[in-house]
Design a protein around this ligand. Structure first.
Ligand code: ANZ
Ligand code: ZN
Length: 790
């Protein structure tokens, strides 16, 4: 009957030990989960292990253990660490993605997606790490080198399985508008990654057809600059380049060079642009002039058509290239704002009225785009085209430690899916890695199977999934981990979407995009009804020390285990939450730890001092000072709730608790009623701190005479009567003459005070036809308005 609340941290890779980044992430979600329980929600707060991946293989190579053993050992140790921090996970739901109980459903989902046309196989150029002998995702390539090995990355073409995420591109883009609980920066990054651009596909006809090729089709977003085209550029893999290279050894050589060095979109702007003339020309569709066709490394085969019309006057990359190879530059847009512009020195990339463009002269860019397109379309050589930056998701990895792709290769039948009743395809766990290659292709017991279609000998697919596949649906599986008849059941639909998802901003693009995609596929398969998986997203900031990110390589890490040993888990949790709001980076300091520790000890002592005199707390008259303390306690209750719930600023909540504790130290109870107020204040303080410091508050809770678990309590409603604060009786004068008395709350600041005065209808009456010149305020006594008639 209670409303559900699903609180989730991104599950960790079991690397061996928790680092402070984990501690921050999990403390935030634990505090939220505990707080939501106090508010009466039915909270789901699970945890698991993203257990497949390359580091296990590397560790296995280094230490001679199997990746499975290494992973299990790490999980066991990290589990102890998580428990030591007191996180309230429902461990009955633990997921380990390297277990067949989990990945069998991933294999099943792959087969459903295959049936729906959402999976296909194609040859494609990949980033090849020659040392690790594996395909790398773009983000695993840093400055052209493998993220782990540091080797120069090469380009290779191999057959790979793809998920057709582009089928969902429109929805992935438009639904971003509904994700109002996400940081704007993350939504922008997703938008840019999907990267929908509106442009034109335009055919330039080759002056001399080569082989069967008679056209070069370019993709442009600036067809308004058509009259400024001075050459064409194609990618090294483009058929025109290949054809031209056939009897041009120098060009053939250049193409080989280009193909060896991987180029990434992000680097296009800064890359040193090199190219070569193919010797071919095309005809400009308006002027009929011949235009030379070049090959260059700054044009990518897998974007648009792999060919561009170069407009050096208005595109920086083309400009740099034109200057390097002394190609003509022809301005066609009037840089109105920039009278100093010298087109030979610099490209003007803005818009403006057209020049040097025959009948289009004087048109705006928007007009010209439409009319040039219309003109070309009439000639039959152009059409409007929407281009996505988003590529289909290549999921084949030539690695051992991953989910086997459930396909069989048969010489007769081709690629045959593993029948559903033969799932899971179990990954052999008893392996001794001898090199970074996957042992799977050489394991006869794994590879050799009979074809499910023709019963002839056949081979299993030996590639495994990209580990992003496991993390694309685990959040739904947590709702029903004990379900062994289906991937998901109605509990997944009950708990979806995740109400609060917390994790690192490094996952802002890929993980979150893939998870959104899988969620939508599972929706279309009928398992969930909501459109998006994560309602509210919190991307926690980094943990820094000495101004830089804590990392092993910088040697500036702090070991959570040692801190827990010395100060206790509550101090570590409190210190983390107090140091900064969750989205900002956090500078770790030893004095911060000590401060957090002192604060907890002080509360401990306050409870002890209060509870040690024998005798129950009795009701009785409270003094005025006690009334003030009680008001502060209830105001703190209201503030902390708002901080936890809406603002997610745990640091200001803790600061408010510290202030309340200070007020308590300044207060000496004299009457029974005073003691009752202290009892109430300490009870509230204990309760509202419990999501952050769950261990100490439990002990204090009992010491204060309450029974049961503080985590099962209900967040109290503030006493409205206690909240009412003191008032000040103001005398309001106009030009020194007393007009009325006004009773207002004491804590109003200047602006609020003036607003209250101006809102009074009698004052408004007095001010009619008057010009207010000045306020004279005698604190807590008189407000004098100086006016003059208009
Ligand atoms: C002519 C032009 C003139 C261009 C101008 C830009 C400025 P977005 O917006 O990212 O889609 N382009 C097209 N395909 C390319 C490829 N495979 N590799 C490298 N660059 C490519 O970018 C579209 C623009 O990027 C296209 O418009 C094209 O250059 C270039 F003043 O065409 B433009
Ligand atoms: Zn067969």
């Amino acid at each position: 009957p209670r409303e559900k609340f699903y609180c989730l941290s991104m599950f960790p890779y079991p690397s061996g030990k928790l680092h402070m980044g984990h501690v921050r992430n999990y403390t935030i979600s634990d505090a939220i989960a505990r707080f939501k329980r106090l508010l009466g929600y039915h909270v789901l707060h699970p945890m698991g292990w993203d257990a497949f991946g390359l580091p296990a293989e590397n560790a296995a190579l280094a230490h001679g253990v199997s990746p499975a053993e290494w992973t299990e050992k790490n999980i066991a140790h990290m589990r102890v660490q998580l428990d030591a921090l007191g996180y309230c996970y429902d461990w009955r739901r633990e997921i380990n993605t390297s277990k067949p109980e989990y990945y069998r459903w991933e294999q099943w989902l792959f087969l459903q997606m295959l049936k729906r046309g959402l999976v296909y196989k194609k040859n494609s150029v990949v980033n090849w790490d020659p040392v690790d002998q594996t395909v790398l995702a773009n983000e695993q390539v840093i400055d052209g080198r493998g993220w782990r090995s540091g080797a120069l990355v090469e380009r290779r073409e191999i057959p790979q399985w793809f998920f057709k995420i582009t089928d969902y591109a429109d929805e992935l883009l438009s639904d971003l508008d509904t994700l109002t609980g996400w940081p704007e920066a993350v939504r922008t990054m997703q938008r840019n990654w999907i990267g929908r651009s509106e442009g034109v596909q335009l055919d330039f006809s080759l002056t001399q057809p080569i082989h069967s090729l008679s056209n070069c089709t370019v993709y442009t977003t600036r067809v308004d600059t058509l009259m400024g085209v001075t050459f064409l550029v194609v990618a090294a893999e483009h058929p025109i380049a290949e054809a031209a290279a056939q009897n041009n050894p120098a060009l053939a050589n250049f193409l080989v060079q280009c193909k060896q060095t991987a180029v990434f979109e992000a680097e296009l702007a800064t890359l040193e642009k090199v190219g070569m003339d193919t010797g071919l020309t095309v005809t400009h569709p308006i002027t009929g002039q011949p235009i030379s066709v070049w090959v260059a490394n700054y044009v990518l085969m897998n974007y648009g058509t792999g060919a561009v019309m170069a407009v050096p006057a208005h595109d920086e990359r083309d400009h740099e290239f034109a200057r390097r190879y002394a190609l003509p530059i022809r301005p066609v847009i009037d840089a109105e704002g920039d009278t100093q512009w010298d087109y030979l020195k610099q490209a003007y990339t803005g818009t403006g009225k057209l020049i040097n463009s025959t009948t289009w002269d004087g048109q705006s860019a928007e007009q010209a785009k439409a009319s040039i397109l219309a003109h070309l379309a009439q000639q039959g050589c152009a059409k409007a085209h929407t281009q996505l930056r988003l590529r289909d998701w290549g999921v084949s990895r030539q690695r051992y430690w991953g989910t086997p792709i459930p396909m069989i290769r048969c010489a007769q039948c081709g690629d045959v899916p593993v029948p559903e009743d033969q799932l899971p395809v179990v990954l052999p766990r008893d392996v001794q890695l001898k090199s970074p290659h996957s042992p799977l292709p050489t394991r006869a017991d794994f590879v050799n199977v009979t074809c499910p279609q023709c019963n002839q000998p056949a081979q299993r697919e030996t590639d495994t999934f990209d580990t992003f596949v496991e993390s694309s649906w685990y959040f739904l599986r947590f709702a029903c981990t004990d379900q062994n008849k289906a991937i998901l059941d109605e509990r997944a639909n009950y708990f979806a979407p995740v109400d609060h998802y917390i994790g690192g901003v490094e996952h802002a693009v890929l993980h979150l995009l893939y998870a959104r995609f899988f969620h939508k596929v599972l929706r279309d398969l009928g398992f969930v009804s909501c459109d998006e998986p994560f309602k509210r997203l919190l991307t926690q900031g980094m943990v820094l020390k000495g101004g830089t990110k804590m990392s092993k390589s910088k040697g500036n890490t702090v070991d959570p285990e040692a801190l827990i040993e010395e100060f206790g888990a509550d101090t570590v949790r409190l210190c983390m939450m107090f140091a900064a709001p969750p989205e900002q980076s956090l500078e770790w300091s030893d004095s911060g730890v000590e401060g957090a520790h002192r604060f907890l000890k002080r509360i401990w002592k306050q409870v002890e001092d209060h509870c040690s005199p024998a005798g129950a707390v009795k009701l009785g008259e409270a003094r005025e000072e006690a009334r003030v303390l009680r008001r502060e306690a209830h105001q703190t209750l209201v503030k902390v709730r708002d901080d936890y719930e809406r603002r997610l600023t745990f640091n200001t909540a803790i600061a408010a608790c510290m202030t309340l504790s200070n007020s308590l130290s300044r207060f000496t109870p004299e009457t029974e009623g005073d003691r009752a107020v202290v009892q109430e204040t300490l009870t509230l303080l204990t309760l509202i701190l419990s999501p952050i410091a769950p261990h100490i508050t439990q002990v204090l809770w009992e010491r204060l005479g309450h029974s049961g678990l503080v985590m099962n309590e209900t967040w109290p409603e503030p006493d409205q009567a206690a909240l009412i604060s003191d008032t000040v009786e103001w005398i309001i004068q106009i030009n020194g003459k007393k007009r009325l008395e006004l009773s207002l709350p004491a804590e109003l600041d200047d602006a609020a005070l003036r607003a209250e005065v101006m809102a009074n209808t009698r004052i408004q009456g007095y001010l009619e036809g008057q010009l207010l010149l000045k306020w004279i305020i005698v604190p807590n006594k008189i407000i004098n308005l100086v006016v003059r008639s208009t």
